[in-house]
Design a protein around this ligand. Structure first.
Ligand SMILES: Cc1ncc(COP(=O)(O)OP(=O)(O)O)c(N)n1
Ligand SMILES: Cc1ncsc1CCOP(=O)(O)O
Length: 510
């Protein structure tokens, strides 16, 4: 497992005691929680003998490997070595980091607990791969906690890490976190803009839950929501290039949306420029809206330039399926390189899924025809079918976002978005800004949700303004509100986020 790719967003720490696990089977609980969206698991068992611990760790490893998430073992480095899992988590009173590293080798993950600035800095200096910060709130799960530090204590540690040049070390917090307080803890802990938490770690919120999969979904939605301001602040900080190869209709509008969300737009359709532009840390938008043979050639060359430079690419397959030319154009684009985000309406995404269906034959109407579970399954399967694991954003009254493992729905927006040309295309531009600025955080899913939430809440705010009397007056108000959301977020005012309607969706395994 590539340590740099580990996703710490929803971190499950297990507990096998009857007071928390009850009579449930631990392995089943972990499997359900991972299905629900847990991205990393720590086997924490203070009571079992070594043989039992090794047996349980092996069973857990079979589950976590199946889902591609890392398994760490708490404290018991020997157990981790014996089962060959991805690493360990050690506390201040456990084996020293250096000794654990010697036993595990350079490739395994070693996480360290830190309750203070000094402990955090020392763990970074030693070489820890991530930090577990806490205890945030007192919790019956761990009675021997030495210090309760609250979100403000977490913020102080994050600030110190940033000042000391450790802004990139992943951090999670632990202690009394659940779906009710997760978003608030993430928002309050954030040491904007340099350093924020990468996730939350929980024991009882998942292990004691009657339905651990549903609890994990709930937590995932709250964590993603809590990270939205991090993405917006990252955009404001980086002002990333949004390189648009877009259609003739939206050039001006898309450039203005890019500016409003905090990006630097360049509308450049000549692919010879792409190799240079790709080196500037931005993202590319390929919008098929006014497809031509020449345009297609330029798109392919630009995609390859961004792929070569490791830059994100957003594909907006406008009208895919409307004509046979567009159907083959989208296939050509998909086979020409990798995409970070593929954004389209139901019909466009369905065309990409390349399955024959009534929807494809029904015409260009993009209104919703599938149920939410069907839309979620479609987005997830398209994400999985694109080799590079693109995040699929399926737009509509309810938007679906899937990275092939986790699938979320967003229910924000305003009807005026459907009455102005180019709003879908400018959403693609918005997503490019988010994914460019958040690329160090390795979570295009979070970046995509942030873009959608910002875009749609700006529309909601614009739509109810007294000066907005229809789609014409909506456009300038919408630009104003995008810009206002950015400014509010940068100065730490994130009250607007209370209006975000983000939920994780259960999708049947194929
Ligand atoms: C992710 C994470 N963070 C902190 C801890 C606490 O570890 P520790 O201080 O060793 O306490 P115990 O877990 O051993 O009670 C953790 N386990 N995981
Ligand atoms: C292991 C650990 N370390 C600090 S608090 C804690 C327990 C967290 O449990 P819960 O998530 O149930 O509050």
């Amino acid at each position: 497992m590539d340590k740099s790719k580990v996703d710490y967003s929803v971190y499950l720490v297990t507990d096998s005691t009857p007071a928390i696990l009850g009579t449930k089977d631990l392995v089943r609980v972990v499997e359900a929680a991972v299905r629900g969206g847990v991205s990393i698991v720590q086997y924490r068992d203070k009571h079992s003998d070594r043989q039992t611990a090794v047996q349980t760790a092996r069973k857990l490893l079979e589950v976590t490997r199946r889902f591609g998430v890392p398994l760490l073992v708490n404290d018991r480095v020997d157990v981790a070595v014996e089962v060959g899992c991805e690493g360990v988590h050690i506390g201040q009173d456990d084996m020293a980091y250096e000794e654990a590293r010697k036993l595990l080798g350079p490739d395994k993950i070693i996480g360290v607990t830190a309750s203070s600035v000094d402990e955090a800095l020392a763990a970074c200096k030693a070489g820890a791969d991530y930090l577990g910060l806490g205890t945030v709130y007192a919790t019956p799960t761990k009675k021997d906690t030495k210090s309760i530090i609250g979100p403000s204590g977490i913020r102080s540690i994050l600030q110190a890490l940033s000042s000391a040049g450790h802004a990139s070390i992943p951090t999670v917090c632990i202690g009394g976190i659940n779906a009710r307080n997760a978003t608030a803890v993430l928002l309050e802990s954030s040491a904007a803009p340099q350093k924020s938490l990468d996730g939350i770690a929980v024991v009882s919120a998942l292990v004691a839950a009657d339905d651990p999969a549903a609890a994990a979904r709930d937590l995932l939605a709250k964590v993603v929501t809590g990270r939205v301001p991090d993405v917006l602040r990252a955009v404001a900080e980086a002002t990333p290039l949004s390189h648009n190869m877009t259609n003739l209709v939206v050039q001006n509008f898309a450039a203005n949306v890019a500016l409003a969300v905090g990006a630097s737009p360049i509308m450049a359709n000549y692919a010879e420029e792409a190799a240079d532009l790709a080196k500037l840390g931005g993202a590319l938008v390929i919008n098929m809206g006014t497809v031509t043979p020449d345009g297609l050639k330029n798109h392919i060359q630009a995609i390859q330039a961004y792929n070569a430079a490791g830059g994100p690419v957003v594909l907006d397959p406008v009208g895919a399926g409307a004509t046979s030319i567009r159907r083959s154009a989208v296939q050509t684009l998909l086979s020409s390189g990798k995409f970070t985000i593929i954004k389209g309406n139901e019909r466009e995404i369905h065309t990409i899924s390349n399955t024959s269906s009534a929807i494809v034959q029904r015409g260009v109407d993009s209104s919703s025809t599938l149920s939410i579970p069907q839309r979620a399954a479609l987005a997830k399967s398209v994400s999985r079918s694109t080799g590079g694991g693109a995040v699929v954003v399926l737009t509509g009254k309810t938007d679906i976002v899937s990275d092939g493992v986790r699938t979320l729905r967003i229910d924000n927006g305003h009807e005026y978005l459907g009455r102005v040309t180019g709003t879908g295309c400018t959403l693609g531009t918005t997503l490019s800004a988010m994914v460019a600025a958040f690329r160090g955080k390795k979570s295009p899913l979070v970046a995509a949700v942030a873009g959608l939430v910002m875009f749609e809440i700006a529309a909601e705010r614009a739509g109810v303004r007294d000066d907005v009397r229809g789609p014409g007056t909506f456009v300038p108000a919408f630009l104003d509100e995008l810009s206002a959301l950015r400014e509010e977020t940068v100065r730490g005012d994130v009250k607007w986020l209370a209006g975000a309607k983000v939920e994780a969706v259960e999708v049947e395994e194929e």
